[in-house]
Design a protein around this ligand. Structure first.
Ligand code: GDP
Ligand code: IMO
Ligand code: MG
Length: 428
């Protein structure tokens, strides 16, 4: 069947900034009416917070649609999976009463091996003052091995002989690297035993996910693609080298999930009403004043994966059109509006000053590091937005600010989030 003949419904949900925009929260909401949710890139560097009737969760690998038992959740081939984290996360969800029958793992996903995690930490420490600020979860080393064609894949965990042969080839190189950092070598038999044990636990879920995805799309089922991080940490378009090692933009979702390029029908950009970043690299609107303290405290801006305090600043309206172009936004989900409640004024960066010139595009990292933000100032609002459930219930000042964000992003507002709970959402 030609996939174009059917009415398709494939929505990518992506981060429009530096990550932690609230993607987990939005996917959890949308998944109430979704048939399938696919994580298409990244690994357990992700921390997607979800609050609903089951409790509070910080999901690292399991798609945020897991709370709807009717939703098929797929960890797609574009991801890198640490089986240890995944098994722990599954146990946590199961003990909260969440059904996992509908969780599937692509046999093509890369495995984050213990040496990846060790090397991520060692390499990061060795960078000294040039640290990227990675989550030390082994993400970069795992994707590097994927590209070097020496990665282990989830499917390999279920083929002991094949796995043994692959590991025997790879491990000597990894041990050389570990020894370079003065670390003890890893033992092949121990590693094999660990990997086959993972295979026994996860094996029944490790499948060829492509037929499931094909069938869902061809039958016009509602499919969500859950992105990790945001455009400013994209391997190609983010603040290189202060980026992650995969592509969080919507264009990469097709490869990472197993879809034809034209399959995506909607791209929902998750935009935080201000900006945060964890890790190093340029962040032009970063604040170090009382406003930063307000945003961090009220917004609880601490890393969901590492607990690091997030860097906070005003919304960057130069990044927004850049993100919109690279992703093709069809709608916006603006989150954490409530965190701005009570501020006397709200600023929005609409340009950068670089060597005395005003620019309105995102330049490459060395230039971005020298950019000074140029702001518009918008009146704040004193009334709490947390209980608003309709657009008309928002203060007019907040409405004006949101409209300006939509104008800069060139896409309509579809959702406004005014709190972390599932129902603290305005559908516009
Ligand atoms: P993600 O990685 O994009 O899924 O975002 P994170 O979960 O890392 O960070 C978002 C944080 O903001 C989490 O602690 C959420 O519970 C919280 N959150 C999400 N939406 C809102 C909102 O509208 N208001 C408030 N106050 N918190 C929110
Ligand atoms: P979610 O999906 C925020 C950042 C790290 C570092 C850079 C590279 O919850 O938005 P990595 O470990 O990927 O090699 O680190 O990316 N980073 C995140 N920042 N949210 C995340 O995920 C992140 N995942 C990685 O801080 O700057
Ligand atoms: Mg996060």
């Amino acid at each position: 069947m030609n996939f174009r003949e059917k009415q398709m419904s494939v929505t990518a949900v992506v981060g429009a900034q530096w990550g932690d925009e609230g993607k987990g929260r939005i996917v959890d909401y949308l998944a109430q009416r979704a048939d399938m949710v696919i994580r298409f890139q990244g690994g357990d560097n992700a921390g997607h917070t979800v609050m609903n009737e089951y409790g509070l969760f910080r999901l690292h690998l399991v798609p945020s649609g897991i709370f709807n038992p009717a939703t098929c959740c797929i960890v797609g081939p574009g991801t890198v999976v640490n089986p240890e984290t995944l098994i722990g996360e599954m146990a946590e969800l199961a003990s909260a009463g969440v059904a996992l029958d509908n969780l599937w793992l692509s046999e093509r996903s890369q495995v984050v091996m213990p040496y990846h995690r060790l090397l991520d930490g060692l390499e990061e420490t060795a960078r000294g003052s040039g640290q990227i600020g990675t989550t030390r979860r082994g993400i970069g080393p795992a994707y590097a091995d994927k590209a070097a064609r020496i990665g282990i894949r989830l499917g390999d965990l279920c083929r002991p002989d094949y796995l043994a042969a692959r590991l025997a080839q790879v491990l000597p190189h990894k041990n050389l690297a570990l020894q370079h950092f003065g670390q003890p070598a890893l033992n092949l038999d121990d590693l094999l035993a660990q990997a086959t044990a993972w295979g026994r636990v996860l094996g029944p879920r490790i499948v060829d996910t492509l037929p499931m995805v094909q069938e869902a799309v061809q039958r016009g089922r509602r499919v969500l693609l859950e992105g990790q991080l945001g455009v400013m940490r994209d391997l190609d378009w983010g603040t290189y080298p202060y980026v992650t090692s995969s592509n969080p933009i919507a264009g990469a979702a097709c490869a990472g999930a197993g879809l034809p390029a034209a399959a995506i029908t909607e791209v929902i950009a998750v935009v935080k009403a201000y900006c945060t970043a964890v890790g190093a690299g340029p962040f032009p609107t970063e604040l170090k004043d009382d406003v930063a303290v307000h945003l961090r405290q009220v917004g609880q801006e601490y890393g969901a994966t590492t607990g690091r305090p997030r860097r906070c600043g005003w919304l960057d309206g130069v990044v927004l059109p850049y993100a919109a172009w690279l992703n093709g936004f069809t709608g916006l989900a603006i989150t954490k509006l409530d965190v701005l409640d009570g501020l006397p004024e709200v600023k929005l960066c609409v340009g950068y000053r670089l060597e005395g010139r005003l620019i309105t595009h995102v330049p490459d990292t060395p230039d971005l590091e020298r950019c000074e933000p140029v702001y518009e100032t918008w009146p704040g609002w004193s009334r709490s937005t947390r209980t608003a459930r309709r657009w008309e219930e928002l203060p007019t000042e907040a409405q004006a600010y949101l409209r300006r964000i939509a104008e800069l992003a060139g896409a309509p507002i579809r959702y406004v989030s005014v709190g972390p709970e599932r129902d603290q959402l305005i559908v516009v």
